[in-house]
Design a protein around this ligand. Structure first.
Ligand SMILES: Cc1cc2nc3c(=O)[nH]c(=O)nc-3n(C[C@H](O)[C@H](O)[C@H](O)COP(=O)(O)O)c2cc1C
Length: 353
């Protein structure tokens, strides 16, 4: 059976695949634009999005604000009318300024995780930008949607459930990750039930999208059979020609074996999934002093005095220096990728009946 479009209010993605936002510098205009062009939704990550701007070292915030427009306009041009949005981590320092800027440039959607985006409805009010929180449990879904209803009499335009096989920061405890993998399908069903109660209250459809370890068409069909309306995929898009990461970053995916995929402790206070390398070994027994704080995270999410290393510094190093000595985030399936491909080829494979 062919895949049905993903309909988010008035937005229609011909293919129900969202490309997950990947910071720093992994999902920028080239990747997001290519995904939008194929009929999916391309997502730019706002995490230090302006790192290639000349003024970045002097004024990261200004560089990021400028790059939001530059990258969005470029992605839209590549997408030829396709849908483009942003991933903004709720833990971002001056989160509200990032959201407002993305709305101002005309984002089709904003997806926010790494913390609960409590005031997101208020920040996009009056705009056409559609919003989705990233949730990993039924409890978080109930809390957040309950809060949005109470505070703003508003609800989500769609929901992204991120499971324990995802890349980057994870909304699960490291100790219970294995167990969470086993119980995730049941959790997805519960979340969909919760979302239904909000659909009834607000008399509108709230599509649910699943992310984390979605690799092939049978994975997509599986999540659709559980009641999801689409999927979000990130890891598979890293080894495409269009992906904005440098070749050395992509090569570390291609050469990874299954036991090279590891869980690290992020200074953000969450576990993260990455590829084992000299950096992940080093942080096991060493605190790496911050060379320069670029104020990427709010003080609540980053205690500048005690963190084991700077998350921005190491993610920047992964795209500007040797990724062997930096944090290379990756999903649980990264080791299954053995050669470079294109976004077009991935879409052809996943949409073939
Ligand atoms: C390299 C990389 C960077 C990521 N960066 C972010 C990010 O900045 N913000 C975020 O919310 N999720 C981030 N993610 C998570 C993805 O958006 C996505 O939801 C998840 O990886 C999906 O699972 P998959 O990679 O198995 O397809 C990242 C994932 C990867 C692989």
């Amino acid at each position: 059976m062919s895949l049905k479009p993903l309909v988010i209010d008035k937005l229609v993605a011909k293919v129900p695949i969202i490309q997950g936002g990947m910071g720093i510098g992994i999902s920028l205009a080239n990747l997001a634009g290519a995904v939008g062009k194929e009929g999916g939704i391309g997502i730019l990550s706002t995490a230090q999005i302006g790192y290639q701007e000349e003024i970045f070292e002097k004024s990261p915030m200004r560089a990021n604000m400028e790059a939001i427009k530059k990258q969005f306009d470029k992605a839209k041009e590549i997408a030829k009318g396709g849908l483009i949005g942003f991933n903004i981590m709720a833990a971002t320092f001056h989160y509200d300024r990032y959201v407002k800027r993305c709305v101002e440039v005309g984002a089709d959607v904003i997806i926010s995780g790494a913390g609960l985006p409590i005031n997101l409805p208020e920040l996009v009010k009056g705009s056409d930008t559609k919003i989705a929180p990233i949730v990993s449990s039924n409890k978080a879904t109930k809390v957040l949607l309950g809060l949005w209803k109470k505070r703003y009499n508003a609800t989500a335009d769609f929901i992204v459930i991120e499971g324990p096989k995802a890349g980057g920061h994870l909304g699960f405890k490291a100790e219970t990750l294995k167990e969470s993998i086993e119980t995730m399908d049941a959790e997805v069903v519960k979340i969909i039930e919760t979302v239904k109660t909000f659909e009834e209250e607000f008399n509108r459809k709230i599509p649910v999208v699943f992310a984390g370890g979605v690799f092939n068409r049978s994975d997509i069909d599986h999540y659709l059979s559980l009641g999801c309306s689409g999927v979000q995929m990130a890891t598979r898009f890293v080894v495409t020609e269009e992906c904005d990461a440098p070749d050395a970053f992509k090569d570390s995916y291609i050469s990874a074996e299954e036991d090279d995929i590891t869980i690290i402790k992020s200074p953000v206070g969450m576990p993260g999934r990455a590829i084992k390398n000299q950096f992940t070994e080093r942080i096991q027994h060493e605190q790496i002093p911050i060379e320069k704080c670029r104020s990427c995270l709010s003080y609540k999410h980053c205690d500048r005095e005690t963190i084991p290393y700077c998350i921005s510094e190491t993610l920047l190093n992964a795209v500007t220096k040797d990724p062997q000595h930096a944090l290379v985030f990756a999903g649980a399936n990264a080791y299954r990728l053995k050669e470079k491909t294109t976004v077009k080829a991935i879409f052809e494979e996943l949409t073939a009946d």
